[in-house]
Design a protein around this ligand. Structure first.
Ligand code: NAI
Length: 347
């Protein structure tokens, strides 16, 4: 199996390089260019390509790849919205992804953002570097004994509930499908808000939570679930964290909530309009969008660029799963469970 890896950074080369010895059938080449219709031709002579979340795996890209005999697209991420799946099906190509990697990594980052924003650690760090040892404006709240609301208690949300319990917080969960085990067996969720006819009673979480963290996935129902109306229902000074997806939050409503003091601290790893920015160094550019600039202008906001997953363990799991699938394709054996997006003969 000869695989061409697109848009690779030093950390991709390192994590995949370290895992390669376990997959003797797989030979790889790493390139800087991202996968697009313009660069698909570089895969001539390869059996497979490997791409990331920000690749352009459109119909045209797939047609070029198929024309050069590439039969497998390995997405080294969970999401596959960058791939034109119907076209891949039509061309008889196989597309795989990495269904899950280190949920704890994302939960730990969410907690880190909450702590940093609440205690203004980002401001304190800069002040001390500037020989400014004043504490004016840095006061936060003690989390112990307070209430946390976790929206979406799947793999990542559940990992955060465990962390929040360790901090001595009362944990309220909100999920379309509450996981009663987290309440009865693990004792890391104290209660779930009610779900009636598929409608989650978010209001009772908003009313009581001192810290709210989003871990639901984005779809048409959850798009802008955090808006002016939901923010108005939250406690004054709430700590708000989003490591889920930018589209869950109406950014302008969030900015209004921060300006009014309703939101006391915010930690954001994802935000609307992040796609053009993700993993790019745009330091010397004059950016058109002002969402990041506006959010960063607030002293109680901490932002990172889709970095929550970024641990050695998660990178290792991404590499193992991707190479496992490349080898399975070559040998005709089973793919990693839940990783097939489309394959000939699979509905
Ligand atoms: P998961 O599928 O294990 O859990 C998602 C949970 O959210 C499920 O229990 C589901 O029932 C619940 N849910 C969905 N819509 C909901 C709604 N409207 N209200 C309440 N609950 C709802 O997914 P996982 O692995 O925990 O991922 C969660 C999110 O984290 C995803 O949106 C994913 O995109 C994001 N993520 C972010 C990363 C980062 O680096 N910032 C990395 C990986 C994932």
């Amino acid at each position: 199996m000869k695989v061409l890896f697109y848009e690779t950074k030093s950390y991709d080369r390192e994590s995949f390089g370290a895992a390669l010895s376990k997959y003797p059938d797989v030979k790889v080449d790493f390139i800087d260019a991202n996968l697009s219709p313009m660069t698909a031709g570089l895969a001539r002579g390869y059996d497979a390509v490997c791409a990331f979340v920000n690749a352009d795996v459109s119909a045209m890209t797939l047609e070029v790849l198929a024309g050069f005999g590439v039969k497998l697209v390995l997405m080294r991420c969970a999401g596959f919205d960058a791939v034109n799946v119907p076209m891949a099906k039509e061309l008889g190509m196989t597309v795989t992804r990495v269904p899950a990697y280190s949920p704890e990594a994302i939960a730990e980052h969410a907690m880190g953002l909450a702590l940093c924003a609440n205690r203004r650690i980002h401001k304190g760090y800069i002040r001390v570097r500037e020989n400014n040892f004043s504490l004016e404006g840095l006061v936060g709240v003690t989390l112990h004994g307070k209430t946390a609301g976790v929206i979406g208690t799947g793999r990542i949300g559940a990992a955060l509930c465990r962390i929040l319990k360790g901090f001595g917080m009362y944990v309220i969960g909100a999920d379309l499908y509450p996981n009663q085990k987290l309440v009865d067996e693990e004792h890391v969720v104290d209660e779930y808000v009610e779900v009636k006819d598929g409608k989650v009673d978010y209001a009772s979480l908003y009313r009581r939570a001192d810290l709210i963290s989003l871990h639901a996935f984005l779809n048409k129902d959850s798009y802008h679930m955090i808006n002016d109306d939901s923010i108005a229902q939250m406690k004054d000074g709430v700590i708000f964290v989003n490591t889920g997806r930018g589209g869950l939050v109406d950014s302008n409503a969030l900015i209004r909530g921060i300006r009014s003091g309703k939101i006391g601290a915010a930690g954001l790893d994802v935000y609307e309009e992040e796609n053009a920015n993700v993993y790019q160094d745009r330091e010397s550019e004059i950016l058109g969008s002002s969402i990041v600039a506006r959010l960063c202008s607030f002293p109680n906001v901490v932002m990172t660029s889709h970095q929550a997953f970024f641990t050695r363990e998660a990178l290792g799991q991404i590499a193992e799963c991707t190479l496992e699938n490349a080898q399975a394709f070559g040998r005709g054996t089973d793919f990693v469970p839940r990783s097939v997006v489309t394959a000939p003969g699979v509905e």
